[in-house]
Design a protein around this ligand. Structure first.
Ligand SMILES: Cc1cc2nc3c(=O)[nH]c(=O)nc-3n(C[C@H](O)[C@H](O)[C@H](O)COP(=O)(O)OP(=O)(O)OC[C@H]3O[C@@H](n4cnc5c(N)ncnc54)[C@H](O)[C@@H]3O)c2cc1C
Length: 303
């Protein structure tokens, strides 16, 4: 379909303010790298998102759905097609001990709402800079908690445009994985089951986790969090450090001096710098310790 025609169709769904064209993905990802996407759509409701997906599928245009871009590395050539970002779709409602959350709401915001309602179970997630949808896809976790502990159900739209409600125990959660990684489905809404708690206890738990995070992680530098998945029986950061890569640089990409499990953008990095550094680390760790490091970060886009 011609670009002007795509634009007209998308504006009909999300309005002028909900569509950006030729926009740099470095402005939409936590790594602060990545070339331009032809279109970036920002639906504000699950209905708008469903309509955008239906248009993409019907027109055959390539599309990619992202949350807050905190686990994504977009290559320097950008993305040819329609990038859909859920961040503006962020309503949260509370019923008793249940939170019903639109997929683009930030974990930080959901954790703050839970705290306001004296609900415990989300402290582990309060410092993870992702959307709740992205966190379910990745089964994000920290400090002994994971999304699978609190997901009661998710509401998704399938590749055929059908609506499905999936109970948490059928989401195939595992270490940084979920049923969404096995199927071309989109999460519209997440229902979390929390427990009644004491405001001050929950607040001090959150403060403690966030203090530990600030002490250990290079939060002052752009990154996508842990670059590598935890290999069985090892810690990725320790392997990277023991292989001598702490502080190692390729162009503007660097292994953090503070935490070797994080590759950071130390200033002006390109996606190519980051990918070259990742490959160098993988080769070095394999050669020295015989362990294959797999990336947790998801790589998309054109070279
Ligand atoms: C400083 C820092 C610290 C971090 N700490 C942690 C941590 O402690 N623990 C942890 O687990 N992670 C951590 N991360 C990684 C990241 O924040 C999580 O993986 C997060 O859950 C990703 O959410 P997102 O919305 O940014 O997803 P994105 O990066 O935008 O997307 C991730 C994947 O989810 C898919 N996706 C997103 N939304 C939807 C949806 N609604 N429906 C279907 N698919 C969707 C995307 O297509 C993509 O495949 C950290 C990252 C940073 C930058």
């Amino acid at each position: 379909m011609e670009k002007g025609e795509i634009k007209k169709n998308l504006i009909a769904i999300v309005g002028n303010d909900g569509l950006l064209t030729d926009t740099l993905m470095r402005d939409h990802t936590s790594f602060r790298v990545g070339g331009a996407a032809d279109f970036l759509v920002l639906p504000e409701t699950p209905e708008q998102l469903t309509a955008v997906l239906a248009f993409c599928r019907k027109s055959g245009e390539p599309f990619y759905l992202m949350g807050n871009g905190s686990n994504l590395l977009v290559r320097d050539g950008g993305y040819r097609g329609i990038m859909i970002k859920t961040r503006a779709m962020d309503a949260i409602s509370v019923k008793g001990t249940q939170l019903s959350i639109e997929a683009g709401a930030m974990l930080r915001k959901a954790a703050a709402v839970a705290l306001d309602h004296h609900l415990s179970g989300m402290a582990f997630a309060s410092g993870i800079p992702g959307s709740v949808g992205g966190a379910v896809v990745m089964n994000a976790g920290a400090y002994g908690g994971e999304m699978q502990d609190i997901v009661e159900s998710i509401e998704v739209v399938t590749e055929r445009g059908e609506y499905k409600k999936i109970p948490g125990n059928a989401c195939h959660f595992g270490y940084r994985k979920s049923i969404i990684q096995e199927n071309p489905w989109t999460i519209l809404r997440i229902n979390l089951g929390l427990s009644p708690g004491d405001y001050n206890t929950i607040k001090s738990e959150m403060d403690d986790f966030n203090r530990r995070r600030r002490e250990k992680q290079p939060l002052d530098m752009p990154s996508a969090g842990s670059t590598f998945r935890r290999p069985e029986g090892f810690f990725a950061g320790k392997l990277v450090q023991d292989a001598g890569f702490k502080g190692y640089r390729v162009g503007g990409a660097q292994v953090s001096e503070k935490h070797s499990g994080f590759v950071v953008n130390a200033g002006g990095a390109t996606a190519e710098d980051i990918l070259t550094l990742i490959k160098t680390i993988q080769d070095g760790v394999k050669k020295q310790f015989g362990v294959e490091l797999k990336t947790e970060v998801i790589v998309i886009g054109e070279v």
